[in-house]
Design a binder for this molecule. Structure first.
Ligand SMILES: Cc1cc2nc3c(=O)[nH]c(=O)nc-3n(C[C@H](O)[C@H](O)[C@H](O)COP(=O)(O)O)c2cc1C
Length: 191
């Protein structure tokens, strides 16, 4: 069973970036994954503290979910041309995985999705998310998600077909990569 963690959203309940990550999660579920969603205000973690290994309950849950994940989907709103502070801070907690056998997000695919109110921040935020995924030794999926909320309204129950297809494909790609990695690992063990 493939286990995916889907993170995203802003502090606003029902935010468009939260809905985007949930749509992508549906694609992962349809491809056979179990998806753990950590979204919105559950990502309001204290600033990542390099001077202490004490972690809040929410931060511990978040780090444990990342550690257990075979793949990750992350959606950030575009804030002033980049990843929101809340999402970037959550991703900084991957530092707690630095000494794991598979350090950071090594060997895992990350589906990256940016939602902004204009093309410029949509594209630059997606680019940043991919850079962060690379820094965490992960594999950004071939398809990235870019949702321009000035063009497409992402609200509960909204079903823009192209956006849905784009986001579900990202979830599917994360899952397929995890399945392929698992098959390769089993083959190596068997051989
Ligand atoms: C602090 C802040 C900065 C923002 N900066 C930008 C920006 O630079 N460019 C842009 O297109 N949209 C910007 N936005 C709009 C969000 O990207 C937009 O509302 C998007 O739909 C994601 O927000 P949501 O996930 O809360 O719905 C900003 C919003 C906030 C609150």
């Amino acid at each position: 069973m493939v286990n995916i963690v889907a993170i995203g959203g802003s502090t606003r309940p029902g935010s468009s970036s939260e809905l985007a990550v949930r749509m992508a999660g549906k694609g992962a579920e349809a491809a056979g994954a179990t998806v753990v969603y950590i979204t919105g205000r559950d990502l309001m973690l204290p600033i990542y503290d390099t001077e202490s290994s004490d972690r809040t309950e929410a931060a511990s849950v978040f780090v444990a979910a990342l550690r257990a994940a075979d793949g990750v989907i992350v959606a950030s709103p575009g804030y002033h041309g980049g990843i929101s502070g809340m999402i970037k801070n959550a991703l900084d907690y991957a530092e707690d995985l630095a000494k794991d056998e598979h350090a950071y997000l090594d060997g895992r695919a990350v589906g990256c999705i940016a939602v902004a109110y204009g093309w410029q921040a949509t594209v630059s935020t997606l680019h940043q998310l991919r850079q962060v995924a690379h820094a965490l030794r992960a594999w950004p999926t071939p398809l990235g998600g870019s949702v321009n909320a000035a063009v497409v309204s992402l609200t509960e129950g909204s079903e823009d077909a192209a956006t849905k297809a784009q986001l579900e494909t990202i979830g599917r790609q994360v899952t397929e990569f995890a399945i392929m990695r698992e098959a390769t690992a089993n083959k190596t063990t068997a051989g």
